[in-house]
Design a protein around this ligand. Structure first.
Ligand code: 4NP
Length: 157
């Protein structure tokens, strides 16, 4: 079993998108019983909330259902549960490093490290921008999701 946690700032735009897309890719790849997926935010602003309607709608247009997801904050105990903790941007990663116990042996890093063909290192925050930003988040997330699945397949084999 491998467990993956996607982390952004609010857990209402980028990390729920990664959560929904990666769950879909895992299920389609027949690994639903071997890979656990979750998401969280470094901030508590939106705890308990549904994903941003703009994220839900952009994801739905590509066949992903984010509607059941609810925001939560990342906590230190997550480092005992998750083999991969993947940040959407450098700021999220720095906040996670502050929370990370020295004994953590999993993979803490940037999600886009799993998309070597993409020149960007961060999934940009779409919250204050236009609707194009949500489609761009999906483009990046879909590419990195495939790379992450390939990495996990190697780990499981
Ligand atoms: P996310 O986007 O980190 O991708 O969920 C944001 C959501 C909310 C806020 C910022 C970013 N906010 O400031 O409320």
């Amino acid at each position: 079993m491998k467990r993956v946690l996607f982390v952004c700032l609010g857990n209402i735009c980028r990390s729920p998108t990664a959560h929904g897309v990666f769950q879909h890719v895992v299920d389609c790849g027949g690994l639903g019983a071997q890979v656990g997926v979750d998401s969280a935010g470094t901030a508590a602003y939106h705890v308990g909330n549904s994903p941003d309607p703009r994220s839900v709608s952009a994801a739905k247009s590509r066949g992903y259902d984010l509607s059941a997801l609810r925001a939560r904050q990342a906590i230190e105990a997550d480092f005992q549960q998750f083999d991969y903790i993947l940040a959407m941007d450098h700021s999220n990663l720095e906040n996670l490093k502050d929370l990370c116990p020295e004994s953590y042996e999993g993979h803490l890093g940037l999600f886009l490290d799993f998309a070597p063909n993409i020149s960007e290192s961060e999934v940009p925050d779409p919250y204050y921008g236009g609707s194009d930003g949500f489609g761009h988040v999906l483009d990046l997330v879909e590419e990195a999701a495939e790379g992450l699945l390939a990495d996990i397949r190697r780990e499981l084999n």
